[in-house]
Ligand binder design. Structure first.
Ligand SMILES: *Cc1c(COP(=O)(O)O)cnc(C)c1O
Length: 386
């Protein structure tokens, strides 16, 4: 076959990158290699092949697919999103270092930053502002890392991603972004200047809510550091799960397109509904981050939040739904609805939640791939019975 000169599009890369069809006895799909260890005459980057070294054929294929999708040099695939985040962060910081981080972080990351890093002699300071000048004002000689998330949960705020990446580069810091919510289809942060991108592949990348996995993307040099740290910490992904992740990823672009379209449709519809006090979705012109999202994202995402006033009403709405399972998490083919005050932000307490705008009547929806008419009808029926 004549290779085409055009750089393949993201959907093509999702299907083909990282895999050489028919390399193994003509198999169209990469087989699962269930061997824990390999003959020592075989090596990858001068290392023997072993599952915990993240370098079996299944690891290499899914990592290559991710790197091709992002358009960066390298990727490491790990056993969970938190394994990706902890390995990436620990590959960059050491005792005595200072970290600046966005204040609205995923709960697990927040716990790592407030409990584990200080115990290792790393000080983390949270920044409430979006303005790189405010970040710069907090910078110290020991500051090593700047850490943000692409879209915050559950209010779906988009910080000044470009500004912070640019400032971090100028200040000689390593910049890291958790882009789980945008996926490499919605955003390629390395193009914006971020050094390392972390993903919980449990969410959109796998897309079927049946494995836990994570990934780190970036330059070859930084990924090598992450890999070495991950080999010591031991958070590797099983080859079966690698194969599942790779299968899930092949439909990512299709799912993302459908899920973004459905989320926009439902958010607009709820915005007009008399029982709904407010809707937060970056795709709505009323959302404070709308302009940034429009400028940077390909698709406004599959998550939105809406407020129905109080906890009892929110709970009965949740109970009245047929197609939205009451569960945290997101990015799967099934729609989910969660009350952040009861789940992800329960430990924060009522006062701190209210300060942040997370009311007891707030519901966060993660849209799946069901028919939009069914999801809208479901919400309509449940809202009518309130
Ligand atoms: C779920 C999630 C994580 C953690 O991922 P796990 O796969 O559960 O370890 C990290 N960051 C964000 C933004 C998440 O949504």
């Amino acid at each position: 076959m004549q290779p085409t000169s055009r750089q393949p599009g993201p959907s093509t890369r999702l299907v083909h990158a990282g895999e050489r069809a028919t390399e193994y006895d003509g198999a169209v799909v990469l087989p699962v290699f269930r061997s824990a260890m390999y003959d020592e005459s075989v090596s990858v980057d001068d290392q023997v092949v072993y599952i915990r070294y993240h370098n079996t054929p299944n690891h290499r294929a899914v990592a290559a697919k991710l790197a091709a999708l992002e358009g960066c040099e390298d990727a490491v695939v790990l056993g969970s999103g938190m394994a990706a985040i902890s390995s990436a962060v620990l590959s960059v910081v050491r005792s005595g270092d200072h970290v600046l981080a966005q204040h609205t972080l995923y709960g697990g990351t927040h716990a790592l930053f407030t409990q584990d890093l200080p115990a290792l002699g790393v000080e983390v300071e949270f920044v409430e502002s979006d303005d790189p000048r405010d970040w710069n004002a907090l910078r110290r000689d020991t500051t090593r890392l700047a850490y943000v998330e692409a879209i915050s949960n559950p209010l779906l705020h988009v910080t000044d991603l470009e500004g912070i990446a640019e400032w971090a580069r100028g200040a000689g810091l390593v910049s890291m972004i958790d882009a789980t919510m945008t996926t490499p289809i919605g955003l390629q942060p390395t193009r914006m200047g971020f050094d390392l991108v972390v993903h919980s592949a449990t969410k959109f990348l796998n897309g079927h809510s049946d494995i836990v996995a994570g990934a780190v993307l970036g330059s070859r040099e930084l990924c090598r550091g992450v890999l070495h740290k991950a080999q010591h910490l031991g958070g590797s992904l099983d080859p079966d799960a690698c194969a599942q992740l790779m299968r899930g990823m092949k439909t990512l672009a299709l799912r993302w397109e459908r899920q973004c379209a459905t989320a926009l449709d439902l958010a607009r519809w709820l915005h007009e509904h008399p029982r709904v006090e407010r809707v937060l979705y970056p795709g709505l012109a009323s959302h404070p981050s709308h302009r940034r999202a429009e400028q940077w994202l390909n698709g406004f995402g599959a998550l939105f939040a809406f407020d129905v006033g109080d906890a009892a009403t929110a709970r009965s709405l949740q109970d009245g739904l047929e197609y939205f399972t009451a569960a945290p998490s997101f990015g799967g083919v099934e729609s989910l609805i969660t009350r952040p005050a009861h789940t992800s932000h329960a430990l924060l307490g009522t006062v701190a939640r209210a300060e942040r705008g997370i009311g007891d009547g707030l519901l966060r929806v993660a849209v799946g791939v069901e028919d939009v008419e069914d999801l809208r009808g479901d919400l309509q029926r449940a809202l009518e019975t309130l």
